[in-house]
Design a protein around this ligand. Structure first.
Ligand SMILES: Cc1ncc(COP(=O)(O)OP(=O)(O)O)c(N)n1
Ligand SMILES: Cc1nc(C(=O)O)sc1CCOP(=O)(O)O
Ligand SMILES: [Mg+2]
Length: 209
């Protein structure tokens, strides 16, 4: 898969009054290089309509587009990838459905899951939640930055740290070894989403120099 650094997940409930596609385009202009559509509330047809719009804007800017949960929607709109959780279809079934070229990401919360994901052919893993988060209802307890250190030592495929990551704790995440971060609220809640993403990327660069 294409290299990435800042991964944004949609969270429409956190930007009332602002259009989903406009918010995510601002994030892209600010430097986000993966966009994931995550929508737990809409009907399938509405998820499809949002996915079509996000596919268009991500394609226009050459940014990777991932759909959370809905493999059928990902295939229908020609997304670059699908993100699944531990309770979703097993990786080999997902691969059989989406074919050899689509990116598959999977959430992991402990090292055994990460090892299985790597063996099972995932293209990247989510590593989290690093800190407490209010953006996901059925979330497990924070895994802390020590999980990042374990992943660094034992896993070779790309991983992205997620969960409660903000500007103020970003350095802790980077210092633990993470090179890629994923955020919902810290990005989409900002008044100026483009400027917020630029600030986050500057902080990531500062933390690694
Ligand atoms: C990059 C990334 N990492 C983890 C998740 C969480 O996925 P999942 O466990 O399937 O939970 P939901 O997002 O479906 O609530 C993610 N979406 N993206
Ligand atoms: C969608 C999601 N998955 C997580 C995991 O740990 O797998 S944490 C999370 C929510 C991330 O949102 P925020 O950046 O607002 O904390
Ligand atoms: Mg999911």
């Amino acid at each position: 898969m294409k290299e990435f650094r800042l991964y944004a997940i949609t969270g429409e409930e956190f930007h009332p009054g602002k259009e989903l596609v406009n918010v995510m385009e601002q994030a892209i202009l600010g430097g986000v290089d993966i966009v994931q559509l995550r929508d737990k509330k809409s009907s399938k047809i509405d998820v499809l309509k949002k996915a079509r719009k996000l596919r268009e804007v991500t394609k226009k800017h050459g940014v990777t587009f991932i759909v959370n949960d809905h493999i059928d929607v990902a295939l229908a709109v020609g997304a670059d990838g699908i993100h699944v959780g531990q309770d979703d279809l097993p990786l080999d079934e997902v691969r059989r459905i989406v074919g050899p070229d689509m990116v598959i990401g999977i959430s992991t919360h402990q090292i055994d899951e990460a090892i299985q994901a790597e063996k099972g052919g995932a293209d990247y893993i989510g590593v989290g939640p690093i800190f407490p988060t209010n953006s996901k209802e059925d979330v497990v307890d924070p895994v802390t930055t020590s999980y990042i250190q374990q992943i660094e030592a034992e896993i070779s495929i790309p991983y992205v740290a997620i969960g409660g990551i903000k500007r103020h704790n970003l350095k802790q995440v980077m210092d633990a070894g993470a090179k890629r971060v994923c955020m919902i609220t810290e990005i989409v809640e900002a008044d100026d989403v483009k400027a917020r993403c630029e600030e986050i990327i500057n902080l990531m660069e500062e933390a690694t120099t």
